[in-house]
Design a protein around this ligand. Structure first.
Ligand SMILES: [Zn+2]
Ligand SMILES: [Zn+2]
Length: 356
């Protein structure tokens, strides 16, 4: 197998070749055709999340070891299965839920691998999708995507699952409740598509980049707001007052500080972004206005299956993606870091396999 691996935090990924693993027990070996590129891949390469105040949460202190193969939105065809892997057949194409837990704790037993205290996500806890092959521990993490475009389906594993699970935390959502989607990168465009798929129309797409807002409008955002040039006042004007819900897909000190005061009584702020920082909030407002601030960490395989089913039914029109060869991984990471990517880039690993 060939892959791109990280051998030193903060350094470019290196091409590398080694023996293709043989699946044992419940394991499944996929030959990958695509893997989406996500902002988390940048955090993985850098080796940390910014916590604010000079503090960092490093991947090393979370127990993730080098070398590792990033990439956590993999799509591939089953090439071989272990003798205990049931329910999959060689040649079928799957999207992989990369948010895999230890398999032994109470959360994993409930199917909530994303909340496992010893989680082993593909792409940093286990080897990920920036390579020709991927070994998956159990078929239960595979989601059938028959009938879907493989490159368009790839981002469902992280971008799609993250936004779908975050939007679920806004429920119950009444038709006249306003929701602001903060951040119109890949996650934001996916959130707009999911909200529309759920029939929700009162959505305001927010960003600080007019080009990204233009893309959001082109993808059907009912209203947009540039939080830098127009400010939160424009957001409140568009919604006719404080909002019920905000999805913070940026997750910075600035976005949380901005969002929380813009919520109406009983409102909810769901934070799924990981940009970093420390927020200062007036605590009495939480009780006085019964505001909830909820974190959302990717999602479960059951969530992903629900989401894929909605896409298969035609309920969600997936955002367009830009395909690039896997060999362009470094320039693509640089483009992502510099904010030059609009929407989602999906790396093409084996174009031939995508047509089979
Ligand atoms: Zn991701
Ligand atoms: Zn676990």
């Amino acid at each position: 197998m060939k892959h791109y691996r990280l051998i030193e935090w903060g350094q470019p990924l290196q091409p590398h070749t080694e023996d293709t693993p043989v699946p044992r027990g419940s394991e499944v070996l996929l030959r990958l055709s695509h893997c989406g590129l996500c902002h988390t891949d940048l955090h993985v390469r850098d080796g940390y999340y910014e916590l604010g105040g000079g503090q960092r949460l490093t991947f090393a202190e979370r127990g993730f070891q080098l070398p590792l193969i990033p990439g956590h939105e993999p799509v591939g065809v089953v090439e071989a299965v272990g003798d205990e892997a049931v329910g999959v057949t060689a040649g079928s194409r799957y999207l992989v839920n990369p948010w895999i837990g230890c398999g032994e704790c109470a959360m994993c037993a409930l199917g909530q691998d994303n909340l496992c205290p010893a989680s082993q996500p593909l792409g940093f806890g286990r080897w990920g999708g920036f390579g020709t092959h991927l070994l998956v521990r159990h078929p239960k993490y595979l989601v059938n995507i028959d009938g879907l475009s493989p490159p368009q389906a790839a981002p469902l594993a992280c971008s799609g699952l993250t936004t779908y699970s975050a939007i679920r935390k806004l429920q119950p959502l009444a038709p006249d409740d306003w929701v602001a989607v903060i951040g119109c990168g890949g996650l934001g465009l996916m959130a707009l598509a999911v909200l529309r798929g759920l029939g929700h129309r009162r959505v305001i797409a927010c960003d600080i980049d007019d080009a990204k807002l233009a893309v959001a409008r082109a993808q059907g955002a009912p209203a947009t707001c540039n939080l830098q040039s127009d400010g939160v006042e424009e957001l409140l004007r568009l919604a006719g007052g404080p909002l019920y819900g905000m999805l913070d897909l940026v997750g910075s000190a600035a976005t949380v500080a901005l969002a929380a005061p813009g919520l109406r009584k009983g409102g909810r702020l769901v934070v799924a972004g990981l940009m970093g920082g420390t927020a200062q909030l007036p605590i009495p407002l939480l009780a006085l206005r019964e505001i909830s601030i909820l974190g959302s960490a990717v999602g479960t395989t059951a969530d992903l299956i629900e989401l894929v089913a909605m896409v298969k039914r035609g309920q969600i029109a997936l955002p367009a993606v830009e395909s690039r060869p896997l060999a362009q991984i470094e320039s693509s990471l640089a483009d992502l870091a510099a904010g030059r990517i609009v929407g989602r880039v999906v790396l093409e690993i084996d174009p031939q396999s995508s047509t089979r």
